[in-house]
Design a binder for this molecule. Sequence first.
Ligand SMILES: Cc1ncc(COP(=O)(O)O)c(C=O)c1O
Length: 372
Amino acid sequence: MVMDVVAAAARLEAAGRRIIHMEIGQPGAAAPASAVAAAQAALATGRIGYTSALGNASLRRRIARHYAEQHGADIDPERVVITTGSSAGFMLAFLAMFEPGERIAITSPGYPPYRNVLTALGCKAVPIEVTSATRFALAPAALLAAHREQPLKGVLVASPANPSGTMMTADALTALIRAAEGEGIAFISDEIYHGLDYAFPAQTALNVSDGVVVINSFSKYFCMTGWRIGWMVVPETLIRPIERLQQNLAISVPTLSQVAAEAAFDGRDEMERVKRGYEVNRRILMEGLQWAGFGQFLPADGAFYLYADVSRFCGDSLDFARRMLEEAGVAATPGADFDPVHGRGFIRFCYAGATADVAEAVERLTAWLKRG
Ligand SMILES: Cc1ncc(COP(=O)(O)O)c(C=O)c1O
């Protein structure tokens, strides 16, 4: 559905309208200058060959150091696997960990490719509804109830989450991992929005257990979506199976992107400035939408999303998104993409663009809602 919104926005732009884009979840800023410079220097050498399937050793070491610096975690670089974005990390994890027919719990709302990729691989995605009662985090009781209905093989959560922007507290994450591990349910933690936390610091699952699989990416915090580069941290037992899969599926991850990614860690100051921009955008959007009467939205703890309940304005947020686009010139994503059951009451705004655009969107939406 988000692609329908994108296409409709493009048609309006072709007709001369100025549209404010808040539908696609990607940063408006460029990759760190250090990353771009490293890639240019590598390109100038002329030869860009394969790397080993698990990735450049120096990048794997740099990522392990990142866990020591940011989370006080001691990670063996051997457990770090470089991937073609976190998207490829999911595929490698699912292929290495699960067999067709096995049940894997995900949250609803949640990022649609979890469900789609699991389904494509013949696994059964088991959506579990998350509610305000648990701050939209998957609670151990809900996980165990689904497991009792029919055994689960795995569970996947994201914190900060997409589309909700909500985060699990360290205690909630720990309790969930302990509950999963107690029942032999494999735990996958999507930490792609780590670094973009505003309400409280995001906790890595690696600080709770060595048995979890962590998936992360340079796409969001480091603004490198198009470079298609990410990583996983896996338990020792999964290193070899994932190496074999990667050798066969991709040989290796694009070398230029690996070089750039390693240098991206030197651009953290630049990325912290970008993050401060998101914080300003978040405040403008939250205050503005409240003022405009949008009223209810989920706690926007992290990432760069605000998931607003628009059910009192419409029966279907797809219609709402269409009208908002045509009449106010603001593009956002209808919630049905993320939650087939309750999503029709919600809309997701991405505030990763320019602050001036977010401010203008708030003005336009305020005027639009006033017009009725
Ligand atoms: C929660 C979540 N996980 C994973 C991804 C995939 O990102 P990438 O493959 O660029 O790392 C996205 C992209 O929007 C996302 O929102």
